[in-house]
Design a binder for this molecule. Sequence first.
Ligand code: AMP
Length: 300
Amino acid sequence: MKTITTVAEIRAALLEPKRAGQTIGLVPTMGAFHEGHLSLMRRARAQCDVVVVSLFVNPSQFNDPADLAAYPREAERDASLAGAIGVDHLFAPAVEEVYPPGFATTVAVAGLTETLEGRHRGRAHFDGVSTVVTKLFNMVGPDVAYFGQKDAQQALVIRRLVRDLDLPVRIEVCPTIREPDGLALSSRNARLSPDDRARAAALHRALDAVQQAVTAGERDPAPARLAALAALRAAQIEPEYFELVSTHTLAPVERIDGEVLAVVAAHLGATRLIDNQLIHPSPIPDREVATLMTAAPTAA
Ligand code: AMP
């Protein structure tokens, strides 16, 4: 596997495979790889002729400078993990390569970005994500790009962006990989104190509590949400938000008649964690659920 740091080089490396009609898969990441990242790379490896993993800690999507400064950077370890999976190119541009002097353009998706993470992290967060993902798509020109359901709102925003700007790329959303106690893998988990790490499993218990309530016949989101809040409170967690929202619009649902998304964000110590789970009146396995996430939404 080669590590490539410039746009000119990645384009040159992909020119021949593209001419030969080979499919290019892109996995955009910010590094500090864990099994969540590796699952996306494995899927790309299984489906595409050429696999590119981008590694770029995008400053413009961080609303908190301390979070950016503390973000783990493990380039050598990442390169060996990606190499072992059979990734062809690790594209790791410097900040100046992505944002040269004079950079003045922002890609902003309206609507979907104004709630949940957008509301709590500020509009610059999704503007940063949308802009850098558009740039990565233009730099690499992938046929397929792989994202995790762990960041469900981000995946929906990128789908919207791809449709709105007619970007010729297919977006695949892959299931969330979890620790044995249910905690979603995240590069930020390493920053949790042992006590906070133990409490963090309550996020998943809270999401499960919603599914349990719904499986038991609850269709009103308010009591289902209260069951989740009780699970959080038992671990002394006061969430930033815990909502039951539409999988298409992210607006709060008034009734749980079909599939809905339960979403949570919470601070544990200085670390902010997010998680989500698709809730269905008749539960179906994660993999099938993720397939539903990949289907084109019917409503904007
Ligand atoms: P990040 O490096 O945190 O920006 O994540 C890069 C990609 O990996 C994003 O599409 C994330 O949604 C995805 N990802 C992060 N954590 C997980 C996880 N636990 N399971 C599956 N995908 C994940």
